[in-house]
Design a binder for this molecule. Structure first.
Ligand code: PLP
Length: 627
């Protein structure tokens, strides 16, 4: 548990059982703990679902929604704040219907709503939203259809707020609202000077893609006044980027936006809401620092700082306290999802298979023997350098054609055997004083574990931004790991790998300690993957969506949980269809070739038909490897 820092990033949800298995406590310490490898086994036995498998713990979603809302309710009470909290879930962070339904159900007691950022999300959001006390906040660039759909929501009695990203949108909203005979509710996204930090900071600052300048905001108010709709101006919004690592940035942005709200109120605009956007971070690496993969604050501190800073500005400016909206996505969904992959092979960096120590039949082998004989505790670095020199000479000799393959194999094996002795002797030295070259020897003995998944489908942010996720074997955690490894996927792309891991020590982030597989199934969990990853996944190399299972707690069940829903991953036919290959056409084309082979007597008709059936059956297989 310590080695993988589970207590640091686990947030009370993840733990290890006495027999070394990863567990999940969806209610954070309260309620049952679920053993993840048992869910995996059950999904396989009962539903035939194999890895890669996404396991969603739906109760974690409930718990996250409650935690966020209760944090704001508490902060509001503590600050004697006179507005309410009306959070919304941005569905772009995970649009899966079951996830959104679950979040809305958990949020019903708090009138927790939904945020949409595109036309398609607008259609989905309008349909699944049912609590008319909660908000639908509409961000993103909008056309007439987007605006009309939002205004259908107004006709249905919903609090739908259209956030203008451009002035032309304000004019379009006014025009369409008049055509439809409905009162619109409008917000503006302010382009704050305060900039976020970390990998997603570009959403903010003066050069941000979104948001209105101060003069455009004033103009928006004027357009509404002139259209006879001054009461439509309802909300001031900002978003400084996702995963904001430092609470100081949030405080500064909130104060800046609160000034906009207050000044606009003083100009007579009847604004009722400040929307602080997303950005509430997740501590992926457990460091609790304001760095890319972490954060230096808690949900409670976040809520307190937002409420108290808005209150402060409002007191100073003598304007009413607005209702507070936040659009936290990552902080609601990241923890609920575990991606399980299976390691099924290893690429060894050292010479494999290791041969017995070769007789010194060749000068270079004799040199290696000599280095080995002289090796002692005081000449480790020198011996390592001598070893490298022999290896280099062997390579040159081979390139000139003077080294036979059996001698080359013997040199490689002997090289790694002596290197292993140097590595072992290095361990008795104080790590702080060990030269870097010797400290790096462990990594040279590392392996690459080949895992049945695609980084591009399931961990896109790791490939795109180097985002870190906690990676932990799901079992054998009572055993000391014996190999250092990276993970490589099954795409034909050398970028398809996980080569950075969380670790207290920056120097050891390149390798993950794992157990030797010994030919047995070895399952590895990638945690905190519920935000953005599965929805942004790409079908690179035509690896499609993975199998999925949804777990609910049930105290009445013997095992304390049940699998509520399973969703099969894409079949080969599914992903081919997305690239315009249709099953029927593909089968026809193969049939033409089979017919030709039969005509040319290369195939018997029965064998030809059997092969054609096999091809058609194969199209129904899933895209990942199966054994
Ligand atoms: N709101 C807007 C406008 C966004 O662009 C985003 C994502 O960047 C979010 C909310 C969600 O942010 P987060 O997942 O950091 O809470």
């Amino acid at each position: 548990r310590d080695l993988y820092m589970i207590d640091r990033w686990g947030g009370g949800y993840f733990d290890v059982s006495a027999d070394g298995k990863m567990t999940v406590a969806p209610l954070q310490g309260r309620g049952r703990k679920v053993v993840i490898s048992e869910v995996l086994e059950q999904a396989k036995q009962e539903e035939g679902l194999t890895t890669p498998l996404v396991i969603r713990f739906q109760d974690i979603l409930h718990h996250r929604v409650r935690t966020l809302n209760e944090a704001f309710i508490k902060a509001i009470a503590e600050n004697k704040y006179r507005g309410a909290y009306r959070g919304v879930f941005p569905i772009k962070v995970n649009q899966l219907r079951e996830v959104v339904d679950e979040i809305l159900e958990a949020g019903r007691p708090f009138h927790y709503g939904i945020e949409v950022g595109s036309k398609a999300e607008m259609f989905a959001g309008l349909a699944v939203h049912s609590d008319n006390e909660s908000l639908i906040v509409c961000n993103g660039y909008k056309d007439d259809t987007f605006i009309r759909t939002a205004l259908i929501g107004r006709k249905l009695g919903k609090k739908v707020i259209l956030i203008a990203e451009k002035l032309s949108e304000v004019r379009a909203i006014v025009r369409i609202a008049k055509e439809m005979g409905v009162d619109p509710e409008i917000g503006v996204r302010v382009r704050l000077v305060t900039k976020g930090a970390g990998k997603w900071a570009e959403s903010s600052g003066e050069k941000a893609k979104f948001g209105l300048s101060t003069s455009e905001i004033l103009e928006a108010g004027e357009i509404l006044r002139q259209a006879g709709m001054p009461q439509a101006f309802k909300l001031v919004h900002f978003h400084v980027g996702s995963q904001v690592p430092d609470i100081l940035i949030i405080k500064r942005a909130v104060r800046e936006a609160a000034r906009y709200y207050a000044k606009l109120r003083r100009l007579g605009h009847p604004i009722e809401y400040i929307d602080v956007g997303g950005g509430l971070a997740i501590d992926y690496d457990g460091s609790r620092t304001p760095t890319d993969a972490s954060m230096n604050y808690s949900v409670e501190e976040y809520a307190r700082d937002i409420v108290s800073n808005i209150a402060d500005v409002c007191e100073e400016e003598r304007v009413p306290h607005p209702n507070i909206v936040s659009e936290s996505g990552r902080a609601i969904v990241a923890q609920h999802c575990v991606l399980v992959v299976e390691a099924f092979g290893a690429i060894e960096n050292t010479a494999q298979p290791a041969l017995p120590l070769a007789a010194p039949s060749h000068k270079l082998i004799a040199n290696l023997h000599e280095i080995s004989e002289k090796l002692n505790d005081t000449n480790l670095l020198e011996s390592w350098h001598d070893l490298l020199e022999v290896r280099e000479e062997a390579q040159k000799t081979f390139e000139l054609g003077f080294l036979e393959l059996d001698v080359k194999a013997a040199i490689e094996t002997t090289f790694w055997q002596v290197a292993q002795r140097i590595r072992e002797l290095s361990k008795s030295h104080d790590p702080a004083e060990l030269p870097d070259e010797l400290a790096a020897l462990d990594a040279k003995f590392g392996t690459q574990q080949i895992c049945n998944f695609s980084v591009f489908q399931s961990l896109l942010d790791h490939w795109a931004f180097g985002a870190l996720f906690p990676v932990v074997p799901l079992h054998r955690l009572e055993e000391k790991p014996s190999v250092l490894s990276t993970l490589v996927d099954i795409t034909c792309d050398s970028d398809g790998k996980v080569g950075k891991f969380i670790d207290r020590n920056e120097a050891s982030r390149d390798m993950l300690p794992l157990h030797s597989r010994d030919g047995k199934p070895y399952h590895i969990g990638v945690f905190l993957t519920g935000a953005y990853q599965d929805i942004m996944g790409d079908i690179h190399n035509l690896f499609g969506r993975v199998n999925e299972v949804h777990v609910f707690l049930d105290e009445d069940e013997d095992c304390g949980y049940y699998l509520e829903e399973t969703i099969e991953g894409n079949s080969i036919a599914d992903v081919l269809r997305l690239t315009q290959y249709h099953t029927h056409d593909l089968a026809q084309r193969v049939k033409t070739q089979v017919d030709a082979a039969i005509k040319q007597d290369r195939l018997k008709p029965t064998e030809g038909m059997r092969l054609l059936n096999e091809f058609e059956r194969g199209l129904k297989d899933q895209t990942y490897l199966k054994w």
